[in-house]
Design a protein around this ligand. Structure first.
Ligand code: ADP
Ligand code: YYY
Length: 224
């Protein structure tokens, strides 16, 4: 059964649990895992490192086109490299979270990253891919499509805990709510499109959320 092809697409706002829940769902489904947000983050890290002007849309698009980007799809091994530099940890830093919308709102950059994401998904066989436009643009024909949501309060609380209480309320607001508002100008991830199942994790703990996602996969994908 685990040999059958299975593509699961998960979208949702920042802090809804997309990455952690999708990764665990992938393990239990015997599937690969693709964190598309990490690709946007890696390109952003590189632009900052190389001194590329993030306000210059042409320069950002060019940087994405030539980006030598590697992302692991092993749910048990997180690794992201750009132009040979391991940025696995660096891309999670708040300075990247605060700058990443410049890449995410660049339509040429999006088209190029979506193209690469489709290649990775096609090559994987079984995969859970998560981001903001996976259910709608990157893999609208996925076997299962899920919008993972949570209240703003839950998302801010989770991100604060995840970052070890190092961020002020204003910092978190910028990194979660203000960023989502910018990202929502180019992707639709606050409401489920037709055929996409919604899982609201506001009142669910992590394990309950994983179970709800797996139930949604089983309901949509007969081959799961
Ligand atoms: N249902 C849940 N209940 C409580 N905490 C959760 C839940 N889902 C995820 N988390 C935690 O919230 C934090 C943010 O989750 P993450 O997967 O990084 O979200 P996203 O990828 O959507 O930004 C992580 O520390 C994660 O362990
Ligand atoms: N498919 C995707 C994935 C991420 N993005 C954007 C949205 C976010 O601002 C950044 C980083 O995404 P990421 O999923 O790592 O962000 P969070 O962990 O949810 O805060 O990239 C996107 O526009 N499309």
């Amino acid at each position: 059964m685990t040999l059958e092809k299975l593509v699961v697409a998960v979208d949702g706002p920042s802090g809804s649990g997309k990455s952690s829940v999708s990764k665990e769902a992938a393990r239990r489904l015997g599937a690969r895992y693709l964190d598309t947000g990490a690709m946007y983050r890696a390109v952003t890290w590189h632009c900052l490192d190389a001194g590329t002007d993030l306000h210059d849309a042409g320069a950002v698009a060019a940087a994405v086109r030539v980006a030598d980007l590697f992302i692991s799809t092993d749910p048990d091994h997180e690794e992201v490299r750009i132009h040979g530099t391991d940025v696995t940890a660096a891309i999670r830093e708040p300075f990247v979270s605060e700058a990443v919308s410049a890449v995410a709102t660049n339509l040429e950059a999006r088209a190029e990253l979506a193209r690469r994401q489709r290649e990775i998904i096609d090559a994987a066989g079984r995969i859970v891919a998560e981001g903001r436009d996976i259910t709608t643009v990157v893999a609208p024909d996925a076997h299962a499509r899920i919008l993972l949501t949570a209240s703003e309060e839950a998302r801010l609380r989770r991100r604060g805990l995840q970052l070890g209480g190092t961020q002020s309320a204003a910092d978190l607001q910028r990194q979660v709510v203000a960023r989502d508002a910018k990202d929502a100008t180019v992707s639709s991830f606050h409401e489920a499109s037709d055929g996409v199942a919604t899982v609201d994790s506001s009142d669910l703990d992590f394990e309950q959320t994983v179970q709800a996602v797996l139930a949604a996969v089983a309901a949509q994908a007969v081959s799961a």
